[in-house]
Design a binder for this molecule. Structure first.
Ligand code: HEM
Length: 135
């Protein structure tokens, strides 16, 4: 059983690091083509939510103390970040194909803003995940 936990935590942390890392990188540099990352980012977020739900089921269940409150805050921030990427950045990347120069600039500004908001939320998530044990 120990191996199952190790694999799930490993997948959770690796997918989370990829999701948060690419989002922070794209937020820092709008020159990077965000459209190349949006699908892997959203794919990683699905993996994070699935493995996170399993971790909650294995280690926390119905108990809701201060550690769980901290985790829940991080989870809420992650849900909001996924929402911003899915509802703001993804539609903009889809409109890029065939867009003229002015439209492309506007869409890239929208994508960049979305990545910045999502990055802020994911930094909060990572902080909550990393410190939850201490509460
Ligand atoms: C960017 C997103 C995320 C990252 C980088 C991340 C990272 C981490 C890390 C490093 C831990 C280990 C903390 C420790 O053992 O001290 C952890 C624990 C945990 N994460 Fe996440 N996480 C993310 C999102 C989520 C989401 C969305 C959920 C829920 C759906 C979730 C649920 C959990 C749970 C329940 C634990 C506690 C496991 C335990 O008790 O040992 N995480 N996370």
């Amino acid at each position: 059983m120990q191996y199952v936990y190790i694999v799930i935590i490993g997948l959770h942390v690796m997918a989370g690091v990829f999701w948060a890392g690419t989002t922070v990188t794209l937020a820092r540099d709008p020159e990077i083509k965000a459209e190349r990352f949006i699908r892997p980012q959203l794919g990683a977020s699905v993996m994070v939510f699935l493995t996170g739900a399993l971790l909650w089921y294995f280690f926390h269940g119905a108990y809701f103390g201060s550690m769980e409150m901290t985790l829940a805050l991080g989870i809420l921030a992650a849900v909001a970040a996924a929402g911003v990427l899915g509802a703001v950045v993804r539609p903009a990347t889809r409109q890029l194909a065939g867009a003229d120069e002015v439209t492309e600039r506007t869409l890239r500004a929208v994508m960049s803003k979305g990545e910045r908001v999502a990055a802020f939320l994911l930094v909060l998530t990572v902080l909550c995940m990393a410190t939850a044990r201490m509460f």
